[in-house]
Write a protein that binds this ligand. Structure first.
Ligand SMILES: NC(=O)c1ccc[n+]([C@@H]2O[C@H](COP(=O)([O-])OP(=O)(O)OC[C@H]3O[C@@H](n4cnc5c(N)ncnc54)[C@H](O)[C@@H]3O)[C@@H](O)[C@H]2O)c1
Ligand SMILES: CCCCC/C=C\C=C\[C@H](O)C/C=C\C/C=C\CCCC(=O)O
Length: 267
C-alpha cells in the first residue's frame, strides 16, 4: 500500500514563517506544490517573504498573515483566513519561537515558546478534526535538541522545548487525533543557521544565562550547525511518510536525522 502523503495541493500553515527555519519550511512545501500561509509577528519581513515566494511559486499559492502567537484572537484569525483562502488546512507547523532567556525576559520565553505553541497545537487539533469541518492531516511541532538534552546556558528555553515534546506525545494518544486521522510529530534540531542562531553565535546577551561566550562558541563547535535546507528535508520526510506518527525527530549536523519515541514506563 502507498503510505506517502502527496503534498500537491495540500494546505500548510507555518508559524514563524517569515524568516529562518519557518521560511525554509514554507519554501520546501511550495517546491512540493503545496499552498502555504506564513504567519508571523514581523510584518515587514513577512510581507517581503510573501512577495519573494509569490514570485517564485505563484501568487495564488502563498499568503502572509500577521500573527502574534501569544494572542488567542490573532492566532485563531489566521486559521480562519487560511481556511477561507485555500479551502481547508492539512498541515500545521508550529515553528514560531524565541531564543534563550535572561533574568528579565525569561517569562516571555515561556509565553511565546510554551503557551504560544500550545495555543497553536490546540487550534490545529480543532481545525484538522473532522467533527469541526477538518479533514485530518499532520501537525509538526518544532522543539529543539535541548528539549531532550540538558544544557546550562538556557534552562528556561530548554524547558519550554521539553514541554512541546511532551504536549505532542499527549495529543498523539488522544481519541481526537485517532478519530480524525491526525498525525503529530516533533522536530528537535540542534543548531541551525538562522537569525536566531546568528544572534547566539555573535554573543547577543539576551540568548543565554551567564553570558559566557567562550562556552557558547565551544558548544557550537562541538555540535555543528545545520542549514535550513537540511532541516526542511527532515520536515518533508515527516509529512510525506504517513507511517510517521508520535515520533521525535532529532536532527544534528554530526549525527544526522534520528527518529525515536520516548519509552513509556508501565505503571
Ligand atoms: N536556530 C536554531 O539553532 C534552532 C534549533 C532548534 C530549534 N529552533 C527552534 O526553531 C524555531 C524557529 O527558529 P529560528 O532559528 O528559525 O528563529 P528565527 O528567529 O530565525 O525565526 C523565528 C520566527 O518566528 C517569529 N516569531 C517570534 N515570535 C513570534 C510570535 N510571538 N508570534 C509569531 N511569530 C513569532 C519571528 O518573527 C521569526 O520570523 C524556534 O521555535 C526555535 O526555538 C531553532
Ligand atoms: C544553547 C543556548 C540556546 C539559546 C537559544 C538560541 C538558539 C537556540 C538554538 C537551539 O534550539 C539549540 C539547539 C541545540 C543545542 C542545545 C543542546 C544540545 C545538547 C547537546 C549535548 O550537549 O549533548
Amino acid at each position: 500500500m502507498d503510505r506517502r502523503m502527496h503534498l500537491v495541493g495540500k494546505v500548510a500553515l507555518v508559524t514563524g514563517g517569515a524568516s529562518g527555519m519557518g521560511c525554509g519550511f514554507a519554501e520546501a512545501l511550495l517546491k512540493a506544490a503545496a499552498k502555504v500561509c506564513i504567519a508571523d509577528i514581523n510584518v515587514e519581513t513577512g510581507v517581503a517573504t510573501e512577495s519573494d515566494l509569490r514570485q517564485q511559486y505563484g501568487h495564488e499559492n502563498v499568503m502572509f498573515s500577521k500573527c502574534n502567537i501569544t494572542s488567542a484572537t490573532e492566532f485563531e484569525a489566521v486559521f480562519k483566513r487560511t481556511k477561507e483562502a485555500f479551502g481547508g488546512i492539512d498541515i500545521v507547523v508550529n515553528n514560531a519561537g524565541i531564543g534563550g532567556e535572561t533574568d528579565e525576559n525569561w517569562e516571555q520565553t515561556v509565553d511565546v515558546n510554551m503557551k504560544g505553541t500550545l495555543r497553536g497545537l490546540r487550534l490545529a487539533m480543532y481545525y484538522l478534526s473532522v467533527e469541526h469541518g477538518g479533514r485530518g492531516g499532520c501537525i509538526v511541532n518544532v522543539a529543539s535538541m535541548t528539549g531532550l538534552n540538558p544544557n546550562p546556558l538556557s534552562p528556561v528555553y530548554g524547558c519550554t522545548k521539553a514541554g512541546i515534546i511532551h504536549a505532542t506525545r499527549c495529543y498523539v494518544v488522544s481519541e481526537a487525533a485517532k478519530k480524525s486521522n491526525i498525525r503529530l510529530n516533533v522536530l528537535c534540531p540542534a543548531f541551525v543557521d538562522t537569525p536566531m542562531f546568528r544572534r547566539l553565535a555573535a554573543g547577543d546577551a539576551t540568548q543565554t544565562i551567564g553570558g559566557d561566550q567562550t562556552a557558547v562558541t565551544a558548544f557550537i563547535e562541538r555540535i555543528g550547525v545545520l542549514s535550513t535546507e537540511e532541516v526542511s528535508v527532515a520536515l518533508i520526510d515527516i509529512l510525506t511518510d504517513e507511517t510517521r506518527n508520535g515520533l521525535i525527530l532529532r536532527c544534528a549536523k554530526k549525527t544526522g536525522n534520528v527518529y525515536s519515541t520516548l519509552t513509556v514506563q508501565d505503571v
